[in-house]
Design a protein around this ligand. Sequence first.
Ligand SMILES: Nc1nc2c(ncn2[C@@H]2O[C@H](COP(=O)(O)OP(=O)(O)OP(=O)(O)O)[C@@H](O)[C@H]2O)c(=O)[nH]1
Length: 312
Amino acid sequence: MDRGRYGCVREDGTGDDVITAMRARELGRKSVVVGDRVALVGDSSGDAGTLARIVRISERTSVLRRTADDDDTTPEGRLERVVVANADQLVIVSALSDPPPRTGFIDRCLVAAYDADIEPLLCLTKADLAGPEQVLGYYAELDLPHVLVRPGSDLDELRGLLAGRISVLVGHSGVGKSTLVNRLVPDALRAVGVVSAIGKGRHTSTSAVALRLPAVGRSRKDPGWIIDTPGIRSFGLAHVSAESLLHGFPDLVEGTLEDQPNCGHTAADADCRLDAWVAEGKADERRLTSYRRLLSSRAGEGDVRDTTADEV
Ligand SMILES: Nc1nc2c(ncn2[C@@H]2O[C@H](COP(=O)(O)OP(=O)(O)OP(=O)(O)O)[C@@H](O)[C@H]2O)c(=O)[nH]1
């Protein structure tokens, strides 16, 4: 989206012709976000200078959301945004070194993915600088798919996991996400779908760009789409209930089954079964710490920073 103009492509189309469209009045207040499937009327030839109108947004199969903040008692926390519609996969891009992996950020992304019913994929970059053992060890209890990327490594495995799907890429600054996007889509300047919503203040700006992956190697019917999110550095989780937060920690779920129904699972809940669960070696203590950190962050307890794998 650029000043109320949306770049659309035909779902059945193989070409990259972009049809520029604007929202029709009948859409009311419904927002159009990247990934949306829309119905167009008017001139949808895509010829220069033409403008179609978006008259309908199809029901979304998934909705990836974020809030600017974690705490739903603050104005930022209440400012909920749909980041991407209809995504199938959330690719969490994390460097193995420089900057070191931040499991707090990865945990947050996992919560957002599970909450949106989107499959997570851990993409570990800079594998030439450090091994993945520490990060993978942290997630050992989860069935978390992962790929390793290093300069010059072939991207076949990743392309295979992206084929036929719409994947959203998220990552901290400096992890090599732009490098990866440029490798996946060398022709990235031909962005075919752009949506951006720049709000006031640094917490509210978001943007996402959809790029059609090229068919390389064995000719694939549908190489898939990636949606890059250059403006998104964190996932505020105020929109996720404390109960749903637990979905991001499937390794802890079983440990809560014997809890009192009203247990908040925080460190202050003296009878919480999770402490015993960890003490019995059934889950990694660092995972419980991370879960509780997110819980207290939601409760507005101060500035809770993501930690690196070394810190947790
Ligand atoms: N050693 C090594 N360096 C890499 C790799 N991938 C990217 N880099 C370098 O890491 C730095 C950051 O890469 P970017 O692609 O700009 O990272 P980004 O995540 O897009 O960060 P922003 O540009 O801040 O959004 C650059 O100097 C890259 O050359 C890798 O696999 N190995």
